[in-house]
Structures are given as structure tokens and as C-alpha cells.
Design a protein around this ligand. Structure first.
Ligand code: DC
Length: 223
């Protein structure tokens, strides 16, 4: 048995923002009774904590220190930073944009690495993000690259925000998604890209249910 086989299995789900990977990953985790890692939330928290402390989003050393010492707790759908609920503050569009900016720094990525790996506990983990299959869990049992075209993703995000009673502007959302795609895939540290061993799942014309079923079927085929 090799070392990876002895560790709890990981399903890595990477993809661009608003591709639906969070929802799919959570549902796959629930179906299998696995733990769930929303790695994007960690980048959002670093950015949020930096804004709170007055650190510039360009100050790599300060951001790296924040990433390493972040006092965070995930409890169901709630996210706590220093024992305070910050869920809504880190889940909004602005925090996503900031997260994408702090995520370019190697010190931030390195500072979050051990924390992400610690989510790997029995009976298994479903992890979603940009570099789950390429950097954090390169030995993942299954790697999925979940995507959808930018207009579809903007429309989904629009409906989500309107559904929550929040204001949204379709053109601005599409522009933000394109900017985030560009920054996340062009950065030199752990860029978003499909690895050769990842399965491409394009959800442009696929429902969430169908995407969940597709991931579960793939997983059953590899265990
Ligand atoms: O998945 P999300 O939208 O919550 O992620 C927010 C940002 O965090 C994303 O634009 C880039 C960054 N991120 C990253 O660089 N690596 C990850 N594994 C997850 C997120």
C-alpha cells in the first residue's frame, strides 16, 4: 500500500468562480459522509482580516503572517473569525475580489497550506478551490475541473444575489467574473488550470443534481 492509499481519500473539485463547485462539493461530501473544505473561504478570510487590520492587499509579508495565524472556525454554514461570525462579510462579491488579490502571493498560499491539509480526516474529504488537485492534494483519488461559460456563471450569481434580496447588476457581475478568471488563471503561484489527470465537467447545460450525480458516479468508478 502506498502512502497516499493509507491516507483518507480526497475528491478535489477545482474551477473558476461561480461555477457551482461549492454547492456540488458540499452535496457530494454529504452524500458520502465526507468532510468538506471550502478553501476559497480561507482566502476570503485572509483578505477580510487584512482589511480589518489595515494591512494592504499588496503587503505580502503582512498577508502571509495573517494567513499563518488566522483564528478561524467553520461551524455548519457559519464562519467565525476570532470567535465572531463573519459569514456574510466574507461571502459577498467584494470579499471574493479581495480574496483573488491576496491569493496571488506565495506567502499567503504557503501560510494556508498546512491548515488545508489538516481537513483530510477519515472517512474522507471533498475539497473545492483552484489548486486542490494541483498543489494541496496532488494525490487526490478523484480530481474534477468544474466549469461553465462566463455568461452562465454570471447569470447564476445574479439569481443567487437577487434571491437573497441583494442588489445585482448583470453586466458588472460578468465583468468581475472575467477579471477574476484572468487573475486566478494567469498568476504564477498555483494558477487555476485543469491538470491532465482531472476530469472536465462543464455545467453550462447541466443542473446541480446532474453535476453531483456525475461526480459520485466518477468516484464510484475509482474506488
Ligand atoms: O472559491 P471562491 O470564489 O470563494 O474563492 C475566492 C478567491 O480565492 C478566488 O478568486 C481565488 C482564491 N482562491 C485560490 O486562489 N485558491 C483556492 N484554492 C481557492 C480560492
Amino acid at each position: 500500500m502506498n502512502a497516499a492509499a493509507a491516507l483518507p481519500p480526497v475528491i478535489a473539485i477545482d474551477g473558476p468562480s461561480a461555477s457551482g463547485k461549492g454547492t456540488v462539493a458540499q452535496r457530494v461530501a454529504r452524500a458520502l459522509g465526507f468532510h468538506y473544505l471550502d478553501s476559497g473561504a480561507l482566502y476570503r478570510l485572509v483578505a477580510f482580516a487584512a482589511r480589518q487590520s489595515g494591512a494592504a492587499l499588496t503587503d505580502e509579508a503582512a498577508l502571509g503572517a495573517i494567513a499563518t495565524t488566522l483564528n478561524v472556525r467553520f461551524d455548519g454554514d457559519e464562519i467565525y473569525l476570532n470567535q465572531l461570525v463573519v459569514t456574510d462579510s466574507v461571502r459577498n462579491e467584494e470579499a471574493g475580489k479581495w480574496a483573488s488579490q491576496v491569493a496571488v502571493w506565495p506567502a499567503v498560499r504557503a501560510g494556508l497550506l498546512a491548515r488545508q491539509k489538516a481537513f483530510r480526516r477519515p472517512p474522507g474529504l471533498v475539497a473545492d478551490g483552484r489548486d486542490m488537485g494541483s498543489v494541496v492534494f496532488p494525490d487526490a483519488r478523484l480530481k474534477i475541473f468544474l466549469t461553465a461559460d462566463a455568461a452562465t456563471r454570471a447569470e447564476r450569481r445574479y439569481k443567487q444575489l437577487i434571491g437573497k434580496g441583494m442588489g445585482a447588476n448583470m453586466a458588472a457581475l460578468l465583468q468581475d467574473i472575467r477579471a477574476r478568471d484572468e487573475r486566478d488563471s494567469q498568476r504564477s503561484a498555483a494558477p487555476l488550470q485543469k491538470t491532465d489527470d482531472a476530469v472536465l465537467l462543464d455545467t453550462t447545460h447541466l443542473s446541480i443534481d446532474a453535476a453531483v450525480e456525475a461526480v459520485l458516479a466518477r468516484y464510484k468508478a475509482v474506488i
